[in-house]
Design a protein around this ligand. Structure first.
Ligand SMILES: *Cc1c(COP(=O)(O)O)cnc(C)c1O
Length: 386
């Protein structure tokens, strides 16, 4: 099924990508090759597998699927999303500069500032929704531009194709964290990015039952460098988790269609609710970068945030504790709906003044809209908001 992504629809690609019947039994699903090593016929004579940190057949099938779902040539699987990010930064050397989005996943910010800054990598944070900020931050040492679009939790949008032009002109790599959109809604490699990163924990796995990350790319040399880091540093996922993500990807299009439908209905319900102040969702025509979202995304997904007219932590806490279908939890992208309070949960480490300045108010509530019946989800939010 090589290159099927170029000839067939997204759903056909998701179901067949990486899957070949098992050569020894004909099993239609790639087995979970739960093994650490592979027997060799003579020293160096083997079937392409030696030791499972370097290669595993279940992981190989998944990595082939990763490549195809992002319309890339290569995919690499890591033990978590942050492990995939970690591998990208390990391409760099002390003194190299990274331009990164000021509004991005907190764990990425923590990895950059608390771990890699002390090894001499220089991070410059800018508001990437206006690409002139990126242009102005470029120096001769800029080796990587790291963006996330849409962002968590304010759903800000950055123009991937425009940033790719800046990256190319300055000789820097562009890596896009595509977790929120999923490959179903947006494909950064086709827009000129060099590397796509996902937390497969979210929409790719899709069932809130594993932690995994991945990288996709087109350049063979870049793939070799990242594969070398993957096997040298060893943050590889086990075969069981690879099997679960392979299974998850097969229903990505069906799940995403429903996430989008439910998301749109809930975004409009919230916007019309008298106790809701503002809804952050990139599918509204008055979203400040709507034109870019429409250009680079095939739909707007099920992630959104909203604030209450009574903007107090107490009022937000009341709503957060009153939902019955939406579970109060971190993470996103699973079949079940989740509700989250960034000010006290995912973004609690950011000082309040800084948080408010970035538009992240005390009452901001984030939703990961699942694929339950939307009427039940709306009824649940309605009784919780009161
Ligand atoms: C969850 C997440 C990550 C980190 O992924 P893990 O699988 O939790 O390590 C990175 N980026 C975004 C946007 C995320 O939502």
């Amino acid at each position: 099924m090589n290159d099927s992504s170029n000839q067939v629809g997204l759903g056909t690609t998701y179901i067949h990508a990486g899957s070949e019947p098992d050569p020894s039994t004909g099993a239609i699903m790639t087995p979970i090759y739960q093994t650490s090593t592979f027997v060799q016929e003579a020293p160096g004579v083997n079937k392409g597998f030696e030791y499972a940190r370097s290669q595993n057949p279940t992981r190989k099938a998944l990595e082939e699927a990763y490549a195809q779902i992002e319309h890339g040539k290569f995919g690499l699987a890591f033990s978590s999303g942050v492990a995939a990010t970690d591998a990208v930064i390990k391409l760099l050397s002390p003194g190299d500069q990274v331009i990164a989005a000021s509004d991005m996943y907190g764990g990425t910010y923590r990895l950059f500032t608390k771990i890699f800054a002390k090894y001499g990598i220089v991070f410059t944070y800018v508001d990437t929704t206006d690409i002139t900020n990126i242009q102005n931050a470029i120096t001769p040492n800029t080796k990587l531009i790291w963006i996330e679009t849409p962002t968590n939790p304010l759903m800000n949008i950055t123009d991937i194709a425009a940033v790719a032009v800046i990256a190319k002109a300055s000789g820097a790599l562009l890596c896009v964290d595509n977790t929120f959109a999923s490959p179903y809604l947006q494909n950064p490699l086709t827009l000129g990015a060099d590397i796509v990163m996902h937390s497969a924990t979210k929409y790719l796995g899709g069932h809130s039952d594993l932690i995994q990350g991945c990288l996709m790319m087109n350049d063979a040399k870049l793939r070799e460098e990242l594969f070398f880091i993957q096997k040298s540093c060893g943050a590889v996922p086990g075969p069981m988790d690879c099997f679960l993500v392979l299974r998850g990807i097969k229903t990505l299009h069906v799940r995403m269609q429903r996430h989008c439908e439910n998301g749109e209905k809930i975004a409009h319900f919230l916007r019309n609710h008298p106790k809701v102040e503002r809804v952050y969702w990139c599918g509204f025509e008055d979203h400040h970068n709507y034109a870019i979202a429409k250009k680079q995304m095939r739909g707007f997904g099920g992630m959104m945030s909203f604030t209450l007219k009574d903007d107090s932590i107490e009022n937000a806490t009341r709503v957060l504790s009153s939902t019955k279908l939406f579970s109060l939890a971190e993470s996103l992208g699973g079949v079940e709906s989740l509700i989250n309070h960034p000010a006290s949960m995912t973004h609690a480490s950011i000082p309040r003044a800084e948080r408010i300045k970035n538009g992240l108010s005390d009452s901001l509530i984030r939703l990961s809209v699942g694929i339950e019946d939307v009427a039940d989800l709306i009824a649940d939010l309605n009784q919780a908001i009161g």
